[in-house]
Ligand binder design. Structure first.
Ligand SMILES: [Zn+2]
Length: 88
């Protein structure tokens, strides 16, 4: 699965493609016409590994805990803000 499934976190954004292409959703393996509203999923923010996915499939994967966001696996250290404020 080309490194898509084993990323530590994922970024998601609305797809803005206007190409008349059809993608395959990595979650349900179903076809996904590019012109329908859907989402881009970027493993660890890596655009070269991005996949087009149905919005409903992304929502379901999020609910199942399969698509952690960066801030969920790499929480800001509590001391960071304090240190930034102290420096100024
Ligand atoms: Zn799907």
């Amino acid at each position: 699965m080309d490194g898509f499934g084993d990323a530590r976190w994922y970024a998601m954004r609305p797809a803005g493609s206007r190409k008349p292409a059809t993608y395959r959703c990595p979650f349900c393996r179903g076809h996904l016409p590019a012109l329908t509203d859907h989402l881009l999923v970027l493993p660890e923010g890596d655009a070269t590994r991005r996949r087009h996915a149905h919005t409903a499939c992304v929502t379901r994967a999020r609910a199942n805990g399969r698509l952690p966001l960066r801030e969920e696996v790499e929480p800001l250290r509590p001391g960071l803000l304090a240190r930034l404020l102290r420096r100024s």
